[in-house]
Ligand binder design. Structure first.
Ligand code: SAM
Ligand code: SF4
Length: 331
């Protein structure tokens, strides 16, 4: 039998895929989207069956973890049954999801029942007016209700994600930490990435480094270096007096490319080999080619690994080099 592992040209072992199940979303977060967005026409988005076939091939090639994301994964119709089918794939260790939380009041229990093990829930502010300003359409009470529903639904672990921007929400870092501690949740602070052209703010001006955020937290809490190894780019700290862990995702100030173990599938079926580069392989073209047979997926995916670049470079000055928005990429 051939070796099922996916190894790229730099010897990195890929065992994690993030799948964007839709580029659509009920929010329009200022760092993620422009106010007026055009979305991919529905026929161009992968069907649930196409997503499942692709996921199956990745798992057969040794992928152990799948994260469903978007856009907002919970606005995709049929998402719960997709979760049921993916979580049952033999060889997969974990099915997890990143969500904005707005649909969790109604879906948290069903997702947990469908085999989703862990959730990342985005939360950038605890002030209702500011939350709505940052998400343009979101309601804080709905998302907090979603977080509470998730806490009650029995997930193995829940992590909050907060993008911190100078002058927008950097004064809420400690409040967000408190909120996480009260509920025994983990929380990661994310540096904004220059994906897609936005006019709402100047990314160079609003850039807030993970180091600044960590300094703020350390003014109140002791952070212990955690030896925790995750499959992600987060660096984690344990809190001395709480089960909550604090993570930092620092694509600018801390380059994590050497340990990159992941690839991404966009909503329209483009296999992206790197978040910060355009190298990709069109899996939808293969899936929809006349005479397509599922057996063609594995060799194509294996070959696509040669396209994975060594690293990303982000530059906040000037126009972004990566024109796709984060909702396309599958954050
Ligand atoms: N809609 C879901 C959500 O918001 O959690 C999942 C998709 S969203 C694109 C995934 C994560 O990417 C969120 O935590 C969001 O805050 C983050 N994100 C979006 N645009 C970003 C950007 N330009 N820089 C850094 N993080 C970003
Ligand atoms: Fe939607 Fe998530 Fe992007 Fe916000 S970050 S606009 S919730 S996809």
């Amino acid at each position: 039998m051939s070796n099922p592992s996916l190894i790229d040209r730099f010897g990195r072992h890929v065992d994690y895929i993030r799948i964007s199940v839709t580029d659509r979303c009920d929010f329009r977060c200022v760092y993620c989207m422009a106010e007026e967005m055009s979305f991919v026409p529905r026929p161009q988005v992968l069907s649930l069956e196409e997503i499942e076939l692709t996921a199956q091939a990745f798992v057969a090639l040794g992928v152990k973890k799948i994260r469903l994301t978007g856009g907002e994964p919970l606005v995709r119709r049929g998402i719960v049954s997709l979760c049921q089918r993916l979580s049952a794939l033999e060889g997969l260790d974990e099915l997890v999801m990143t969500t904005n939380g707005s649909q969790l009041p109604k879906l948290a229990g069903a997702l947990s029942g469908a085999g989703v093990k862990r959730l990342n829930i985005s939360l950038d502010s605890l002030r209702a007016d500011r939350f709505t300003a940052l998400t343009r359409t979101g309601r804080l009470d709905q998302v907090v209700a979603g977080i509470d529903a998730a806490c009650a639904a029995g997930f193995k672990r829940i992590k909050l994600n907060a993008v911190i921007m100078k002058g927008r929400n950097d004064d809420e870092v400690l409040d967000l930490v408190e909120f996480a501690r009260e509920r025994n949740l983990d929380i990661s602070f994310i540096e904004e990435m220059p994906l897609g052209v936005i006019r709402e703010h100047d990314r160079e001006e609003s850039y807030c480094s993970s180091e600044e955020v960590r300094d703020l937290i350390q003014q109140r809490y002791a952070l212990l270096d955690s030896t925790l190894l995750t499959a992600g780019p987060s660096r984690y700290y344990q809190m001395a007096d709480s089960a909550s862990r604090i993570g930092f995702i620092s694509p600018h100030s801390h380059n994590f490319c050497h340990a990159c173990n992941r690839v991404r599938l966009t909503a329209e079926g483009r296999l992206l080999l790197c978040l910060g580069n355009e190298h990709s392989f069109d899996l939808r073209a293969l899936l929809r080619a006349p005479g397509f047979a599922p057996a063609q997926l594995e060799p194509a995916i294996r070959k696509a690994m040669d396209l994975k670049p060594e690293k990303h470079e982000f530059d906040l000055s000037g126009e972004p080099q990566i024109l796709r928005f984060m909702n396309m990429t599958g954050g």
